[in-house]
Design a binder for this molecule. Structure first.
Ligand code: PSU
Ligand code: MN
Length: 305
């Protein structure tokens, strides 16, 4: 195979020193948050990974290369350029071959992380089964990726722009372990609770690292969802945020937004309609995921030492 992968200096060094590397996605930067909060968030999250003993590897596709680890200039480009493609599994080859700029989603970040031999990936929320999927068939490619790619994804659950019940059912069907970190419920991104009980709760990071080791030792080559609720003090009032989400979903339907534009449209509407409150919470929960996710990655790398 031709080499499509370009490691940053920091990640290259981390590989040689066998340090815990934590993947980060770029769609959250390019299509998930407004500028300049997006680039500030990206840099802060990288620093949190370092502060917790890991090495951050933000992933994107630039000029025919899969970049594993971005420099400041590349982060700025992803955060502010107008023509950044949203790249899921289906789009990777096109964006590489045509040498465009692409931001990777959960699905494609998992693929690139696996190619780079990185096993832990921190983000905000995963994609899932959209509301009304029984008519539209809009189900994020993130879910199938989780069923077949060996990367653990630390997130705050999924936003209730999605049908969370069906999202959990889909993951169960596909055999993806969903672990609640210090919670019995699937967190609903902006809020700690969704009313949906999880099958697995684990309260310490070491046991989660051990679960990952067993899963992959057995050749159960799927992803793992580690659901880490937003900190208590940062969560939003559920009736406030769900009211905004319902309006955003209705607006998307009225305007005929669909396909890959659907999630970015809904995320943008929520930030606007909440006067930036949702953005503050979004940033806090990603930061918290970076801390817990890095602790898990460090524990995992210690298991084999
Ligand atoms: N949910 C969020 N923020 C995000 C995304 C989802 O709260 O930024 C992004 C992630 O990159 C995720 C993608 O993988 O949206 C899912 O898009 P789709 O539903 O089109 O698969
Ligand atoms: Mn979709």
């Amino acid at each position: 195979m031709k080499n499509y992968i370009q490691f940053s200096k920091e990640v290259e060094k981390a590989k040689q020193e066998d340090k815990a590397i934590v993947a980060l996605e770029s769609t959250i930067i390019s299509h998930g948050m407004p500028y300049p909060q997006n680039v500030e968030m990206a840099k802060k999250v990288e620093q949190i990974v370092r502060d917790n003993g890991g090495v951050p590897a933000t992933i994107a596709i630039i000029n025919g290369e899969i970049k594993i680890g971005l420099n400041d200039e590349e982060l700025e480009l992803l955060a502010s350029a107008e023509d950044v493609a949203k790249v899921s599994r289906r789009d990777i080859a096109e964006i590489l071959a045509t040498k465009k700029i692409g931001a990777t989603t959960v699905a494609s970040t998992m693929i690139c992380a696996q190619l780079a031999d990185i096993k832990f990936f921190v983000t905000g929320g995963i994609g899932g089964v959209h509301k009304g999927a029984e008519h539209t068939m809009d189900i994020s490619a993130d879910l199938d990726e989780l069923s077949k790619t060996k990367v653990a994804v630390i997130c705050a659950g999924a936003k209730s722009i999605l049908d969370l019940d069906k999202t959990l059912e889909y993951l169960e069907t596909k055999g993806v372990p969903v672990v609640g970190y210090q919670t019995d419920e699937l967190p609903a991104f902006f809020t700690r609770e969704s009313g949906l009980k999880l099958n697995t709760r684990i309260d310490d990071v070491k046991t989660i690292a051990q679960l990952a080791e067993v899963q992959w030792d057995l050749g159960l080559d799927s992803g793992i969802v580690i659901a880490n609720p937003v900190p208590e003090e940062d969560q939003l009032d559920s009736s406030f945020i769900n009211g905004i989400i319902d309006k955003a979903v209705a607006k998307a339907e009225k305007e005929g937004v669909h396909g890959k534009d659907s999630t970015p449209f809904l995320l943008g509407e929520i930030v606007k309609q909440s006067d930036g409150k949702s953005l503050e919470t979004n940033i806090k929960l990603v930061e918290h995921n970076a801390k817990i996710g890095t602790q898990i990655a460090v524990e995992y790398s210690n298991l084999s030492k």
